[in-house]
Design a protein around this ligand. Structure first.
Ligand SMILES: CC(C)(COP(=O)(O)OP(=O)(O)OC[C@H]1O[C@@H](n2cnc3c(N)ncnc32)[C@H](O)[C@@H]1OP(=O)(O)O)[C@@H](O)C(=O)NCCC(=O)NCCS
Length: 203
């Protein structure tokens, strides 16, 4: 593949209920309040949620991830429901020469169990295959993370196997098993209306 910095990545991504876009300077405050509202859950599963960040640290994260988006080093996406930032997903740990990506996700606890993350990951999967010409997408999760593993299962990702005791649970709670799910195309994804780019915003 050519230098990925030259790839055009149309934004935002629009699903029936959500708008997804990369982090921007100024997002730190709403990001921080979503993390705060969900910290008890996030700290169990997300390596980055060891301690509650300050608002300033969240703003720094947004600016660094905006820079990484432009450099195509990491493709974080925030989920907006109206003006509310309700979670994050994205295409991470990429190998541009394949190209392959790992999808990660987290949601505000108070909006869980409404299908928002399933909707977002469906859209990101379509975006990766159609815009980024991905050849492989992976979702990895702790085998004890029941809500997380249901997402790839609901979206028809293939279970490839379990890596036994391959890593530590978050924040020193012993060893974990990691489940690996993948897709090599978008066939059979649940139907959903997804658009990207600014054109639809003008309609
Ligand atoms: C993982 C995580 C994002 C899953 O959140 P979630 O709310 O279960 O996922 P969704 O938003 O897709 O909602 C799915 C649930 O909503 C229900 N639902 C309601 N309306 C729905 C709709 N229109 N479409 C799909 N599902 C719907 C589903 O039945 C499902 O409920 P169930 O699990 O009881 O079967 C969330 O638990 C989280 O943020 N955890 C902490 C961070 C984390 O673990 N991240 C993953 C690390 S690998």
């Amino acid at each position: 593949m050519n230098n990925p910095i030259l790839l055009d990545l149309p934004m935002p991504i629009k699903t029936p209920r959500l708008v997804l876009r990369h982090p921007m300077p100024g997002d730190g405050k709403i990001l921080n309040s979503s993390i705060q509202a969900s910290f008890a859950e996030l700290t169990q599963w997300m390596p980055w949620a060891e301690k509650m960040p300050s608002e300033r640290e969240s703003e720094l994260f947004c600016r660094e991830d905006y820079a990484k988006w432009i450099l195509r080093e990491d493709l974080t996406l925030f989920l907006f429901f109206g003006s509310q930032l309700i979670g994050g997903t994205g295409l991470h740990r990429m190998n541009w020469s394949v190209p392959s990506f790992e999808i990660g996700y987290w949601l505000r606890t108070d909006v869980s169990k409404q299908g928002f993350m399933t909707e977002a990951v469906n859209a990101v999967t379509r975006y990766a295959f159609e815009v980024l010409k991905a050849k492989r997408l992976e979702i990895k999760c702790d085998s004890d993370n029941i809500q997380s593993k249901k997402i790839p299962e609901r979206l028809g990702f293939q279970y490839e196997g379990t890596l036994h005791q391959n890593d530590f649970k978050c924040h020193g709670q012993g060893l974990r098993d990691t489940l690996i799910y993948s897709r090599i195309n978008s066939q059979g994804l649940p139907d959903i209306d997804v658009k990207w780019g600014s054109a639809f915003l003008e309609m």
